[in-house]
Design a protein around this ligand. Structure first.
Ligand code: HEC
Ligand code: HEC
Ligand code: HEC
Length: 229
């Protein structure tokens, strides 16, 4: 044995401290992450982070005075985003804005979020944002068909029975009940629009179909949207 015997083993204490620091850092990162995730799930996040491309969409939800194209809207209740801000996910009426947030409908999936983030960072998006069809949103969420977007165990579960669904609009238009869809199924978003006023699709052919307050007939809607839909 040489005098190296006298060398003290490296002091343990600093290592322990480093572990403690690492632990603290990890806790802070997780806490920030949870805070971020909660904020991320609010409408404010969509507006604050994506600012430019989301502003029109945010306004349809928050104020309802314009649609996503900037057209003036006098009765916002025909825009799904606005109308849903009045209700929580259990269907209880709440103060406007305290209800469903953007991600209540746009359930974020990793692939969707990553491509949105990449598009935002690179500026590679159309302005105003091109509206996706319901099919795009349904595919992003991994659902089987578009009805599940609106009717599932969490949302509008009372309409799961076909008869209940048909009955729900019978009083609005007894002759041409829109939910009866006598010529075959029509996707919900052919009539119910997220960020523009809703349209009674049946008015494409039937002039006598009832157009509820805040809704439009098909001809006026096409005129309003021009070629941009
Ligand atoms: C009630 C459900 C609902 C809510 C709440 C909602 N959206 Fe939408 N959103 C839709 C539907 C449905 C579409 C598909 C186009 C349409 O029908 O108007 C859509 C389309 C979009 C699009 C077009 C691009 C795409 O991904 O399809 C954007 C952007 C968007 N919404 C952003 C928002 C933002 C931002 C909020 C919150 C401020 C929000 N949405 C709240 C239902 C909703
Ligand atoms: C052909 C047009 C059309 C289609 C397609 C359609 N709806 Fe409707 N829906 C209407 C009309 C019109 C109303 C009445 C709206 C009003 O009175 O403001 C309505 C009302 C509703 C209501 C009740 C809203 C309230 O004020 O209580 C719900 C929920 C609803 N629809 C869900 C759906 C779902 C889910 C789908 C797809 C499976 C769908 N609708 C497809 C036309 C349609
Ligand atoms: C593409 C055009 C078109 C669309 C869109 C359309 N219909 Fe029709 N519909 C027709 C035609 C054509 C007839 C047969 C006309 C006839 O028998 O006088 C018809 C017949 C009917 C009938 C039978 C009673 C009648 O007037 O003869 C009902 C009820 C009806 N449609 C309801 C609806 C409803 C509800 C919608 C929306 C979900 C709708 N239609 C959408 C073209 C359309």
């Amino acid at each position: 044995m040489d005098e190296n015997n006298n060398v003290e083993p490296a002091p343990k204490k600093p290592k322990k401290n480093r572990l403690v620091i690492l632990g603290v850092v990890a806790v802070v990162v997780v806490a920030l992450g949870i805070g971020f995730w909660q904020w991320h799930n609010t409408a404010g996040f969509c507006s604050a982070i994506c600012h430019t491309p989301m502003d029109e969409y945010y306004d349809t939800w928050a104020n309802g005075t314009t649609d996503r194209m900037g057209n003036a809207v006098s009765n916002p209740n025909g825009m799904l985003a606005y109308a849903h801000a009045n209700y929580d996910e259990a269907g209880n009426a709440v103060e406007h804005g305290a209800g469903m947030q953007c991600m209540g409908c746009h359930v974020p999936t990793i692939s969707e979020q990553v491509s949105e983030a990449a598009a935002w960072v690179s500026g590679n998006y159309e302005y105003p944002l091109e509206a996706h069809t319901l099919d795009d949103l349904v595919a992003a969420r991994g659902l089987e068909d578009s009805t599940q977007f609106c009717i599932n165990s969490g949302c509008h579960s009372d309409l799961q029975e076909k008869s209940a669904f048909v009955q729900s609009t019978a009083a609005i238009d007894a002759k041409r009940n829109p939910h009866s869809m006598p010529h075959g199924d029509v996707a919900c978003t052919e009539c119910h629009h997220g960020h523009t006023v809703s349209v009674n699709y049946c008015t494409n052919c039937h002039n006598d179909s009832v157009v509820p307050d805040g809704w439009m007939n098909a001809k006026d809607y096409k005129k309003l949207m021009g070629s941009s839909k």
